[in-house]
Design a binder for this molecule. Structure first.
Ligand code: ACO
Length: 319
């Protein structure tokens, strides 16, 4: 069986900062409430004239440059986004055009905040099942600021914009992708909702903005982290306590802390939510990029995503 792995990662965020102090001037909130209830201090958001595909392209270029990979060698690009700049072309096509990746096929996927892990799983399957494919690029680029109601204090403090990109390959992979696990529970589909084209065309702006049942999603996220930590390591014959690092979706510091409380052994739960807020499907890649050089050969690193759908995904990597 072909071995598949992640060989490099890039990440990028827009320049503009939105701090808790800025939000205190916009809605009835405090830095104290935001930091204690979510762990977020600041986030980066796009300026009106910027596009998220440009930020994804920066991350993608970084991922290719790190391993001196000519983007034209990419066999495919799969881009996770629930907030693309436009419906067509796919974000993956815009990134390919900017990168000069002219020979692969490109498509987007939307699995909400779980999208990056879904993308890794798609890349794994494509590379395993087709001998003519060797290099894939999995990106995640989100601009939740565009679907956030900045007069709603319960949601506007949560989100930041950002992007990540990982080279996934069967050609001497650096860090092995041992297994992936994906799931959805459509009975909970109304717990996280962002509107769409019909809401805009029919002037239902309040339906267009992000809304969620925060408490339900919170409980779901914590129980899913616990369940995936118990079940996924067994798929490759290791015990949960052998995991060295977990990178969970960065939605709330209290979810990350609760995941750590439930886990057995001395697993480090990685967090950078303080600096970026919730960047949806880009969050895991942003944290993976920041911690890439801390991991040692042989370490087991587990990515755990959850989000709208409701959906979830896990990927187990051996460094
Ligand atoms: N500033 C001050 N007060 C606030 C704010 C704010 N920004 N927002 C809410 N409050 C108030 C509420 O009005 C409420 O006041 P009340 O008690 O007088 O009614 C009180 O604070 C508590 O509000 P809750 O909504 O109960 O706060 P909670 O502790 O549940 O935190 C939060 C809300 C942060 C959204 C939390 O539920 C959460 O993180 N849930 C998980 C969300 C998640 O993981 N989503 C992932 C999928 S979506 C995605 O990632 C794109």
């Amino acid at each position: 069986m072909k071995e598949i792995g992640i060989s490099s990662i890039g990440a990028a965020v827009p320049e503009k900062l939105l701090t808790n102090a800025d939000l205190e001037k916009m809605v009835d909130t405090t830095d104290e409430w935001i930091t204690t209830r979510t762990g977020i201090r600041e986030r980066h958001i796009l300026r009106p004239e910027e596009n998220i595909y440009e930020i994804v392209t920066k991350a993608a270029r970084m991922a290719c440059d790190t391993i001196e990979l000519d983007p034209d060698k990419l066999d495919f690009i799969v881009s996770s986004t629930l907030t693309p700049d436009r419906f067509s072309p796919a974000q993956a096509c815009e990134v390919a055009r900017e990168l000069g990746a002219n020979h692969g096929f490109c498509f987007d996927l939307n699995a909400a905040c779980s999208g990056f892990v879904f993308g890794l799983a798609m890349a794994e399957s494509l590379l395993k099942s087709r001998n003519d494919l060797s290099y894939g690029l999995v990106t995640a680029g989100e601009q939740l600021s565009r679907v956030t109601d900045y007069s709603d204090r319960s949601s506007c403090v949560l989100f930041g914009d950002g992007a990540t990109a990982a080279v996934v390959t069967s050609d001497r992979p650096q860090h092995l992708l041992l297994c992936t696990e994906l799931g959805s529970d459509p009975s909970m589909s109304q717990e996280v909702v962002i509107g769409g084209i019909n809401d805009l065309l029919q002037d239902r702006r309040s339906n267009y903005y992000f809304r969620q049942n925060g408490k339900v999603v919170f409980k779901f996220a914590v129980s899913k982290i616990k369940e995936l930590l118990e079940t996924v390591p067994a798929k490759v014959g290791i015990k949960p306590e052998q995991i060295k690092y977990v990178i969970p979706h960065q939605a709330n510091q209290r979810i990350i802390a609760a995941g750590k409380d439930f886990s057995i052994g001395d697993i480090e739960f990685i967090s950078n939510i303080e600096k970026y807020g919730n960047t949806s499907s880009a969050s895991i890649g942003l944290a993976l990029h920041e911690n890439w050089h801390r991991f040692q050969k042989g370490d087991y690193v587990m990515l755990i995503a959850f989000g709208g759908g409701l959906s979830w995904g896990a990927a187990l990597i051996q460094w």
